[in-house]
Design a binder for this molecule. Structure first.
Ligand SMILES: [Zn+2]
Length: 223
């Protein structure tokens, strides 16, 4: 947006004007990101959210996301205020953590959680695709956003409880070109892991394909 060019750039976390050399966050907020270290932690809380519900290999998130935390603003700016470069930057950071852990080397393909075309049109972009693209660059893996599609428009899930979310998204996704996924280890990517209902529903579709395995990665882990 033109306004972004005219107004001073601010740190989405603390609101301070960014100095020269500070790109998307101020250096202090960057150094204090509440990282989860899930990528080095088997049985981490992200994995706990999926265990018993869906078969998966690994699950990781980059940082903790608490309701009262100013770090929540990073997701807000990325999703609702057009800060695509901030999201891409965080995606790159996540990709680097996954790479360094050595646990994600056998991923074959990266698939972002799709938005319904109407929501994609309203927002102008799919935030999950931006994150997936950056992870793909770091891991040097193919990103495929056309194999999974969202066939039902679901309302924003922020206020719904776990059970309602499950019902809301069950059957909302469909596979296209299943042959492209056959026998692959797929990394499913989303912006936030809350209950895991959305990623879980995507995984269930992918796991119907012969020989497929699934891992999960998100920027934020909602506590
Ligand atoms: Zn800051």
């Amino acid at each position: 947006m033109l306004l972004d060019l005219l107004l001073p750039r601010i740190c989405p976390v603390c609101g301070r004007i960014l100095l020269r050399g500070e790109r998307y966050l101020c250096l202090q907020c960057l150094s204090e990101i509440p990282l989860t270290y899930f990528w080095t932690w088997p049985g981490n809380p992200a994995e706990e959210r999926f265990s018993g519900r869906v078969d998966f290999v690994h699950a990781s998130s980059l940082f903790y996301y608490r309701d009262e935390s100013p770090y929540k603003n990073m997701i807000h700016y990325f999703k609702y205020k057009g800060r695509k470069k901030l999201g891409a930057y965080l995606g790159e950071l996540l990709g680097e953590k996954l790479l360094q852990s050595g646990n994600y080397v056998d991923i074959d393909m990266i698939v972002p959680v799709p938005l319904h075309p109407l929501k994609r049109w309203k927002r102008g972009y799919n935030q999950s695709l931006i994150v997936a693209t950056e992870i793909g660059k770091v891991l040097r893996k193919e990103v495929c956003s056309s194999v999974l599609i969202r066939k039902r428009y679901t309302r924003t899930q922020t206020k719904k409880d776990v059970m309602q979310r499950e019902i809301n998204v069950s059957g909302a996704f469909r596979i296209r070109s299943a042959y492209m996924l056959k026998g692959r280890h797929v990394l499913l990517v989303d912006d936030v892991l809350t209950t895991g209902a959305t990623l879980g529903a995507c995984a269930l579709e992918i796991l119907k394909i012969e020989g497929c395995r699934v891992s999960f990665a998100t920027l934020a882990f909602a506590e």
